[in-house]
Design a protein around this ligand. Structure first.
Ligand code: PLP
Length: 424
């Protein structure tokens, strides 16, 4: 697990990271990190918007196209190789998320896959049924469910966010999740404030009333080890472009739900999983890249199986990222005029830091950071409900800095130094 944070972390002049982690070796795996801006090396701190791609992901994509691409089920070389690629990539996604290879579907992105899943699941829903969404989630895990239940004459209920703690308020769970509930949609981690949710408790409450649970792991995926079964998820989604791969979406659905699903499909499409939810020709080179991204992650860890190596790698990544992120949060909090949005100490978080600066729009803060080649982003990042509830959406929502396995001490120090220039 991640190393315990030192209580005096704010007093440290330099951030500390896990000792067994060679960030320079990791950086060599990301060609984009050579990018310069204003004569300085770019610090890519918008991982939550999309990470940079690892060498194995890039090579796999290029090699697929260089060796010759094809559609599936061809009797010729490239067709056979494409079928083999799909099998291997599904297995790699199962290694990453848990579950089985034939429970994995690919699609354009998480949002598109969630709409397809919602439409299919809703075929079993009736008037008066309910779905449950959360105030902390990205709207990609909210609106597909609300649209689908409203089409059926049902309603959505919300798990509220505690606006002080920036954690989900689970105190009223037994009213919100009730015998009318068909589906509970919850994010594993907030893509703005980084809070990692207690998905298991929510999933247990859902299963107790016979509801299904869909987990959005898009933001969590590059930061923590994911185990679909341990989370109690019936379906889980992530996007490889946030986890060192290409732009693509991945959905893993438990076999019993997958088999039951009446997906919207074209006639010749296979009735069986995994194909039944995958419409049209898939992004084969992207799928090759997603397999390459998982190879990169596994290469950072140790263990007998790929899944063991992924678990070990994610633990190392957490050990590297979390102390750096906590150091940044503490330093930013200490700057006059800065407000950091984060759950209290002790709540598990991703290394994603949301803040605002008094008297400045979040966008202008980003433009200031850019002078030092710091790539940070502004906006509501589709965590629109939270931005509205906090009353900050009209004024530009947040500035967000997201750390990644390739983030260095020098980069976070540069970020803090640049932000200190904005002290009010
Ligand atoms: C937590 C979370 N969920 C869902 C999404 C949407 O993912 P995609 O762009 O793959 O549709 C994002 C993207 O920012 C996200 O951060």
């Amino acid at each position: 697990m991640a190393k315990a944070l030192k209580p005096d972390i704010a007093a440290q002049t330099r951030p500390e990271t896990g000792t067994s982690y060679d960030v320079e070796a990791v950086r060599k795996r990301f060609p984009a990190l050579r990018r310069m801006e204003n004569g300085m090396q770019v610090a890519f701190l918008d991982g939550p918007g999309g990470s940079q791609a690892a060498d194995t992901a890039i090579e796999a994509m290029a090699n697929y196209l260089i060796r010759g691409s094809a559609n599936v089920h061809g009797v010729f070389g490239t067709g056979v190789e494409t079928d083999e690629l799909l099998l291997r990539a599904r297995a790699a996604m199962a290694d990453f998320l848990g579950g089985q290879a034939d429970e994995v579907a690919f699609g354009a992105n998480m949002t598109t896959l969630t709409f397809a899943l919602a439409r299919a699941m809703a075929r079993e829903w009736r008037e008066g049924d309910e779905v449950v969404v959360t105030e902390l989630d990205h709207r990609a895990n909210v609106d597909p469910w609300i649209s689908a239940i409203e089409d059926k004459g049902g309603t959505a209920r919300w798990i509220k966010v505690d606006r002080e703690r920036l954690t989900l308020d689970l105190s009223d769970l037994s009213t919100i999740i009730n015998p009318k509930t068909k589906l509970v949609a919850v994010g594993l981690a907030s893509n703005v404030v980084g809070t990692i949710n207690d998905v298991k408790t929510i999933a247990d409450a859902a299963h107790a009333v016979g509801a299904e649970v869909v987990v959005d792991a898009v933001h969590a995926a590059p930061h923590i080890f994911i185990d679909r079964e341990a989370l109690g998820a019936d379906a889980i989604l992530f996007s490889p472009y946030k986890a060192f791969g290409p732009h693509l979406g991945v959905l893993s659905i438990k076999a019993d739900l997958y088999d039951r699903l009446e997906t919207y499909k074209v006639l010749p499409q296979l009735e069986e999983r995994p194909d039944k939810i995958e419409t049209g020709t898939l992004n084969h080179e992207g799928i090759a890249g997603a397999e390459g991204a998982v190879k990169f992650i596994a290469s950072l860890g140790e263990g007998a199986t790929t899944r063991d190596r992924i678990r070990s790698a994610m633990e190392k990544i957490e050990e590297h990222e979390n102390p750096l992120a906590e150091w940044v949060r503490e330093k930013l909090r200490a700057i006059p005029g800065f407000t950091v949005y984060a759950a209290p100490q002790g709540v598990r978080k991703t290394p994603t830091i949301a803040f605002r600066v008094k008297g400045m729009t979040p966008r202008d803060v980003c433009l200031h950071a850019l002078k030092k080649a710091l790539y940070i982003a502004s906006g509501d990042f589709y965590a629109t409900t939270l931005a509205l509830l906090l009353g900050i959406r009209a004024s530009g929502s947040w500035v967000r800095a997201g750390l990644a396995p390739y983030t260095t001490r020098e980069e976070v120090e540069r970020l803090v130094a640049s932000m200190e220039e904005l002290a009010v």
